[in-house]
Design a protein around this ligand. Structure first.
Ligand code: TXE
Length: 494
């Protein structure tokens, strides 16, 4: 097989000077230059200049100026614009997927199905909330002395300008989660993509403008997170921050935002577990493990990294899993036959290889993989590691790579207790034909989302977010409304 041919509009986009999207216009940066690297080759795709302080403030001011007219636009009109943007993304599917694959190393198939098709689905879902974000009428108990009566109602009002800070693993889809939720509530947004994947959101913002979104409603500023984060969050117009990324950066963002009285939603990673009960066959377990742990080279915040297997099945599962991992086509992400692409950037590549080395040093057993693939690009073999004990670093530290850690258990209750003994709790799964047993375990797993006989699938109707150190707040479902609106009470005497 060979790479798909790049569409002319992708080559043209890469040939243009890129920077930011502020007040409905593409702008070049005035700050420090940085390069975007193709992780499949290690070559520079293009160099752009980050935003300086003046541009970061200009983006916030543009969003602030656009806020009142956007808030006051008839709600269904806002929903209609989100639907138009969904259609525009669907039409631009291939070009956006190619651009995303070039920047992030995501396989072209996943870029199409997750970055674009899922973004379209989420946009349509959130558009459907237009006209349905309501308060309630309240029964007031105040006494009446002279025949006067009372009533009260609540309204949901948009919080204002939302700063959306986005990571590199799903740079379009995660941005769309924040953007669509904010916009349907009547907020305006300033998005800050990761330095590693700054390009596709610029194209999304261009498409939105062509769809008729007024200038300033969607802004994109690129550059160093350490520089821009404080500038955007600290700006007086910022009412709320929605962040997805690492625990360390998320905690810093949280401190900064809460010190200044800004609302925060955090979706951080963790160390997600998958618990397989012993009624499953080794083949069923392996199918589950591949779904839970290895999609997008493991670079999914909700992916499982710790796999708990019944002791008597461990050998058979690891033997079969090793065969299946070794047979996965690894190579160019633009080749439709590729299943395993590169890791998204050099920092991630170095981190994952470093953690594999540490595992070796601690006496964990590398069952398969465990090496860089060699040649150009940031490829790491899909890897399975049987950890020496629950104290191994790999049982605690997120690799965010194609690395599963395997541990045997004798007693499922003991396994459950150890899984819960974690500072994190984003996601977990339990696998069994015995639905009754699995449901009982799901009640006690400490995670924001628990899957039964599935893992990693996200649906716009189902709230998503972490407990403990894995985050604050929920995205999707109706839960997002609390985060993007203020509840106002109105009392009336008549
Ligand atoms: O994340 P960062 P990185 C995890 C994963 C990965 C690790 C590091 O384990 O190995 O994080 O990735 C912006 N104020 N996840 O370094 O730093 C930054 O520019 C405000 C899990 O890329 O968290 C980018 O836009 N913003 C995760 C975003 O934060 C700042 C997905 C995320 O970058 C900032 C990605 C600051 N001071 C990585 N510093 C998940 N939960 O899905 C940086 N940023």
């Amino acid at each position: 097989m060979s790479d798909v041919a790049l569409l002319p509009q992708v080559t043209a986009f890469l040939g243009r000077r890129q920077g930011h999207f502020i007040h409905g216009e593409a702008q070049e940066g005035q700050g420090a230059a940085f390069s975007v690297t193709n992780p499949a080759t290690g070559d520079t795709l293009l160099t752009l200049k980050g935003a300086d302080e003046a541009q970061a403030h200009a983006a916030m001011q543009a969003a602030q100026a656009a806020f009142a007219p956007w808030r006051d636009m008839p709600t269904l009109q806002r929903g209609a614009l989100l639907l138009k943007l969904a259609d525009a993304l669907a039409e631009e599917r291939e070009a956006l997927a190619q651009l995303e694959s070039l920047c992030s190393g995501k396989t072209i198939q996943l870029a199409r199905m997750l970055e674009i098709d899922q973004s379209v689905a989420f946009l349509r879902y959130f558009a459907g909330w237009a006209g349905k974000i309501n308060g309630e009428t309240l029964d007031v108990s105040l006494p009446s002395f002279a025949g006067e009566k009372y009533t009260a109602f609540t309204r949901r009002q948009p919080v204002g300008v939302v700063v959306g800070i986005v990571p590199w693993n799903f740079s379009i889809m995660i941005a769309v989660w924040k953007l669509a939720a904010a916009l349907v509530c009547g907020c305006t947004v300033v998005l800050k993509p990761s330095e590693y994947t700054p390009l596709t959101l610029l194209r999304v913002a261009e498409l939105a403008t062509a769809c008729g979104f007024p200038p300033g409603v969607i802004n994109v500023v690129n550059g160093s997170g350490a520089l821009l984060g404080p500038l955007l969050i600290g700006h007086p117009a910022c009412a709320k921050v929605s962040f997805t990324g690492s625990v360390a950066t998320g905690n810093a963002v949280n401190r900064l935002a809460t010190e200044q009285g800004k609302r925060v939603t955090l979706e951080l990673g963790g160390k997600n577990a998958a618990l397989f009960l012993d009624d499953l066959s080794p083949e069923e377990m392996v199918n589950g493990i591949l779904e839970a742990g290895y999609l997008n080279q493991g670079q999914i915040c909700a992916a499982a990294e710790c796999f708990w297997l019944p002791e008597q099945k461990m050998e058979a599962v690891l033997a079969l899993l090793s065969e299946r991992l070794a047979a996965m086509p690894i190579g160019s992400p633009l080749d439709e036959a590729t299943v395993v692409g590169p890791l998204a950037n050099r920092a991630q590549f170095d981190k994952v290889l470093g953690l594999i080395e540490q595992a070796r040093a601690e006496g964990d057993e590398i069952v398969c993989g465990g090496q860089a693939q060699g040649g150009k690009g940031f490829f790491v073999q899909p890897t399975a590691i049987r950890v020496a004990s629950v104290d191994s670093t790999l049982m605690r530290e997120e690799t965010f790579g194609p690395v599963g850690s395997f541990i045997a258990y004798q007693d499922a209750e003991q396994a459950l207790a150890t899984i819960n003994d974690s500072p994190y709790g984003l996601a977990a799964s339990v696998w069994s034909h015995n639905l009754s047993h699995a449901l009982r375990i799901s009640e006690r797993l400490e995670a924001g989302i628990v899957w039964i006989n599935m893992h990693t699938f996200l649906d716009p109707a189902v709230p998503f977010g972490g407990v403990k150190g894995s985050g604050i707040g929920r995205e999707f479902g109706s839960a997002f409304i609390d985060d993007y609106t203020e509840l106002k009470s109105v009392m009336v005497r008549y």
